[in-house]
Design a protein. Sequence first.
Length: 387
Amino acid sequence: MKKLLPILWSSTLLIMLQGCSGQSFLGSSFFSPTEKIAPLKALHQPTKKITTLWQVKIGENSSHNPLHPYTNSTAIIVAGRHDLSAWNKTTGKLLWKKSFKERISGGLNGDDGIILLGTDKGNALALNAETGKTLWIKHLKSEILSVSSIKKGKTVFRSINGKLYGINIQTGDIAWQQQQLTPVLSLHGASTPILVDNYAITGFDNGKLIAYDLQSGRLIWEAVLTLAHSNNKLDHMVDIDGKIKYIDNALFSTSFQGRISSINAKTGKINWAKKFSSHTGTDADKTGVYTTDDAGNVWKLERQTGEPLWKMDDLIGRTPTSPTVVNKNLLVISDKEGHLHFINTTKGGFAARIKVGSAGQPIYSHVDNNIVYSVDPSGRLTALSIQ
C-alpha cells in the first residue's frame, strides 16, 4: 500500500477496436490495464471475521450489465439473466420467483412494496415486492440500463440511447422524458439516477452530470465533468457510468478518461475536480470519498478538497469494483477473480478477504445492516456477516 501519492490516472489502456462506429463496449472487456495482476498478499492476521450465513443457487446471472441485489425490510431480490427471485434475508428461503422471455438489463430498485427493473427489449416493469406479480409494463423502445429509486410518486428509467424517463409509479405512465446525445463510441453502461429533494440527477455518456425536476423533467442544472481532449474518437469516450454518491449536499462522481469531482447538488457548481479515470464510481462517508481507478488502485480522498488520504495498489489489474461502505470502519470491494476484499477505512489495508465466486467475472454485492449479500455470475447468492 502507498500513501499520499498524486492523484493522476496512470493506467495505460490496451485498445484493439476497428470499424467501431456507433457501438457501445463493455469496459471490462475492451479497456483493461496492461499492468500485471498483483499477487494477493496473504492475510495472516485478519482483523475482521467473515462468516457465511447462507448460500443459495439463483440461476445464471447477467454478465452484460451489473445487476446488484436489492433489499427491502424483509427480502433480498436478485436478478439472473431471465429470472427474478426474492429470498428471506434472514434464512435464505425462497419467497417467489418469476421468469421473463427477455433478458433483464437494468435495475434493481424500488421500495418495500414495488420492485423496478428493465429489459433489453426496452420494457420497464414494476412488480409487487411481496408476490412478484406484475403491476405494470411500459415499453420504452430501447434497452434499459438503470433505474432510480422511488420518490414523491415518481421513478426514473435510463435507456441505452441516452434517454431519461420520469414515470408515474402508480400507473406506469410517462410524465416526462429527456435525452442527451451519445458519442459515437461509449462504454456499455449507465449510472443509476439518484433522487435528491425534487431533483433527478444522473450522468451521461457525454461527460455531463445533469439535474432535472423530478415532477416536470425541467432542466435544473448541468455540470460538464469531462470534455473530449482530442479529435481521436476513442478520446471522446468520457462516460459517467459509475455510482454517484450524495452526502451533505455534495455529489461525488467519476468519469472514464476524465475526472473525479465534487458537485454542489443544489446548483451544479463544481467544488473540486481531479484528473482521474474510473467507470465504477464512488462511495463516501463523513470521513472521506472512496473510489477505484481503471488501473485497479483504491483511493480515499478528503471530501472538501479531493486530496488523497491514502491509496492502495494491492489490486492492480484485478478490475476492482467501486467501494461500498459497510460501516465507519470498513469497505467492501470485489475483484474479477471472485474475491470480496474488506478494507479498513481509516488507513487502508485489508481487514479480511473471502472468495465467493470464480475467476473471470466480477461479484455484484449489496450491503444491508452490516450484512453483505453477493451474487456471482454462476448464479450463487451468498449472505455474509462481519464480526
